[in-house]
Design a protein around this ligand. Structure first.
Ligand code: J5X
Ligand code: AKG
Ligand code: FE2
Length: 351
């Protein structure tokens, strides 16, 4: 069975790959190419297949004066949490959902006009072993919109505006969260801006915004996976979900279902934060399952540094020697493509 990475790289435009499936044309019998039973055994050494609905991951109120402490607890113990009072206006989120739905309900032939290049990360893509399609963009999606809606300038600019508006909000929220993460890793408040400025080379990096779509799966949902177990390689990822379907893995518990809370956003710690925190905040292993009843959308914003900045452990709060060698995000993407779940292990300093 291919890894999610390989599946992800499969673009519908490549001749040697399975073509994008026209989700609407499948009634009951899903072809074998698109059924996928359980999480790839052995990936991330996952042994516990229990699904837990009764426990909830932390919900953090960003207006709470104790927010940094709450965040530290959540990052250290859960690796993922939800935030409320995050400051992203409701109408910006509703508009994002509207345009997400407009895009994915187009005919397949229109979506394919914006197909991503082989191994590219922007444009329309689908992974042939999951019941899943996505559209990625870095900054303005205008170039792709023109291909999708060649004669509909209005449609094009409305879509772009909605995406750019949401990206702006994501940058604001992520800058705020990043400060708190750095604070809770032991950098004094007075020094945080300087520290982050240095880390980000005083630029605001262009991060990837991705729209994910998981159409109704016509057979029992246990026969397919939407997006299989993985950790993101970002500092952290902010995710908006329209319906339940997200699960995070926690040792000793199994797969914990993340409830859909109106007006909340989900935050996952990513691999670069594992490095930055010298192993104190692990990256969150998560997956998305499909539904036989509803079409689900999710929108991750992968937040990280400029690609060429060296990321190395902050030692202030752990007092230990560095557990990982330093890497740039560019380099780490290559490492991740090669080693996937063993990527962090491969840069570990063995003493
Ligand atoms: C900016 C990113 C983040 C990527 C790579 C690139 C584009 C697509 C992202 C994902 C999305 C699905 C899981 C993952 C593990 C994958 O295979 O593709 C992610 C990966 C990463 O976090 O490394
Ligand atoms: O759809 C989801 O809830 C998860 C998506 C995700 O993990 C990703 O795109 O990296
Ligand atoms: Fe993810």
């Amino acid at each position: 069975m291919p890894s999610i990475r390989e599946a992800f790289a499969a673009t519908p435009s490549e001749g040697n790959r399975v073509l994008a499936i026209d989700f609407d044309s499948v009634n009951d019998d899903v072809p074998d190419t698109h059924t996928w039973l359980i999480t790839n055994p052995g990936v991330y050494n996952i042994t516990d297949e229990r699904i837990i609905a009764s426990t909830t991951i932390p919900v953090i109120d960003l207006n709470n004066p104790n927010v940094v402490k709450d965040l530290d607890y959540a990052c250290e113990n859960w690796y993922a949490y939800q935030v409320i009072n995050h400051g992203v206006p409701r109408d910006v989120i509703k508009n994002l959902e509207l345009h997400c739905n407009r895009l994915f309900t187009l005919e397949m032939k229109k979506k394919l006009r914006a197909a991503r290049a082989a191994n590219g990360i922007t444009g329309y893509g689908s992974a042939h072993i999951s019941w899943f399609e996505c559209f990625g963009m870095i900054g303005s999606p205008a170039e792709y919109c023109k291909k999708i809606w060649p004669d509909q300038e209005d449609q094009c600019s409305e879509f772009c505006d909605a995406m750019e508006e949401y990206q702006k909000e994501m940058h604001k929220l992520c800058a705020k969260l990043m400060k708190m993460v750095i604070n809770s890793l032991g950098i004094q408040s007075d020094d945080t801006d300087g520290f982050i400025g240095n880390l980000m080379k005083n630029t605001s990096p262009q991060n990837l915004l991705q729209l994910n779509s998981y159409p109704v799966f016509p057979e029992p949902s246990s026969k397919a996976m939407g997006l299989d177990a993985h950790a993101d390689s970002s500092f952290f990822t902010v995710l908006h979900q329209t319906r339940p379907g997200l699960q995070i893995y926690k040792d000793g518990l199994g797969w914990v279902e993340v409830p859909h809370i109106e007006n909340a956003l989900v935050i996952f710690m990513g691999d670069l934060t594992t490095i930055l925190s010298n192993g104190r905040y692990q990256s969150s292993i998560h997956r998305a399952v499909v539904s036989q009843i509803y079409h689900r959308y999710s929108v991750p914003f992968f937040y990280g540094p400029p690609g060429d900045v060296e990321i190395s452990p902050i030692l202030e709060s752990t007092g230990k020697s560095p557990m990982y060698r330093s890497v740039t995000w560019h380099e780490f993407h290559l490492i991740k493509a090669k080693y996937f779940d063993k990527a962090l292990e491969s840069i570990r300093i063995v003493s």
